[in-house]
Structure formats: structure tokens, C-alpha cells
Design a protein. Structure first.
Length: 190
């Protein structure tokens, strides 16, 4: 596999198509997103990697300051912006009750999410899907993005409920004003 990674070394999706840069998800950067599992731009520990990458696929601890008054829902999107595809790989999409201030390790499990967490579809599956970059491709940046939405998500433009919509339909269909947002980036290299 390292050969494939080296061949694709200069191909990366980049930040341009990340949820963070979507026009409909712009808002003031008022949320301070942090983790006890890894530092900002630090290495994400192996227990949070995908099983096929030698990890346990346990979502990391996440915490944030209180969202602004009027927040109806929090939307968390986790993306790998270094995959060798035109757009970032969406590893996790969840809705979180605005009263929740942190998530313990493992809180984003598809079968048993933490109270106040609603698991939505990602490109890879449901629930947290840990990092598994191509061997030899270099460092990958995993961006945890949290958005405070003024209204709850309704049906998407494709008439799908949020819990069954693909991220490619869900993310562009969000019309709720973003009251605040924050992000945390960790890295993984194999």
C-alpha cells in the first residue's frame, strides 16, 4: 500500500469543499472546540483510528463552551480534507442537543450514542468512523466542525429526513442560520 500512497501524494481534496467553507454554514467563530484526547493540530491517538488501521474506532473526547442563546441544535461534521478525491471524506455527521457541553470517548458510536446525540449518515457509514489514511500518503487532517443552528434540521431538498440523507444532500440543504461555529483539527499519518 505505501506505493499507492506515494503515487497519490500530491492529490488531496483540500479545504475548499469542507463543511467549514460552505456558504450556508458560515457564522461567527464563537465555539471553542477542544479535546482531552489530542491537542489542536496534534496527532490523534491510535485508539481513535479505524479498526482497519489498527485502532479501536472509539470517537475522541470533545468539549465546547456554551452555544449562543437561541441555538436549537448543534451539528458536528468530521471530515478528512486530505483524501485523494475531489471532495473531503465525511467520517461522521451527528446532531447534538444544545444542552450537551461535551462528549466522552465513544459517545458517537452508531449503536449506542450518548444521550442527546442523534447519529446521521456519513459517506462511510453511521456513527464515528475513525481515521484510516492511505499508507505512505503523508499526514491527513481530520477536521471536527461544530455548528450552532438557530432552527432544527427539517427535511432536505431531496425530501429525505436528516437521519437518512447523504451528507452530499444534507449539508448544502441546511438553511438554518449558523449562530456560532468552531473547529478542531487533528492529524494522522500511516
Amino acid at each position: 500500500m505505501p506505493v499507492l500512497g506515494r503515487l497519490l501524494k500530491n492529490r488531496r481534496s483540500g479545504d475548499a469543499h469542507a463543511a467549514w467553507n460552505r456558504p450556508n454554514l458560515q457564522g461567527p467563530e464563537l465555539l471553542e472546540l477542544s479535546s482531552r484526547s489530542f491537542d489542536r493540530l496534534g496527532t490523534i491517538p491510535p485508539e481513535h483510528h479505524a479498526k482497519n488501521a489498527g485502532g479501536q474506532n472509539i470517537s475522541p473526547h470533545l468539549a465546547w463552551n456554551p452555544p449562543p442563546t437561541g441555538t436549537a441544535q448543534l451539528l458536528l461534521v468530521v471530515e478528512d480534507t486530505d483524501v485523494p478525491t475531489p471532495k473531503p471524506a465525511v467520517h461522521c455527521v451527528v446532531l447534538i442537543d444544545p444542552a450537551v457541553r461535551s462528549l466522552a470517548p465513544g459517545a458517537l458510536a452508531a449503536k449506542e450514542p450518548a444521550p442527546g446525540v442523534t447519529i446521521l449518515r456519513s459517506v462511510i457509514g453511521r456513527g464515528y468512523q475513525g481515521p484510516a489514511p492511505i499508507r505512505g500518503h503523508g499526514p491527513h487532517h481530520y477536521t471536527f466542525q461544530l455548528f450552532a443552528l438557530a432552527t432544527p434540521l427539517g427535511e432536505t431538498a431531496g425530501k429525505s429526513a436528516p437521519d437518512s440523507a447523504r451528507p452530499s444532500a444534507l449539508l448544502p440543504s441546511i438553511t438554518a442560520p449558523v449562530l456560532a461555529r468552531g473547529r478542531l483539527i487533528g492529524t494522522v499519518e500511516r
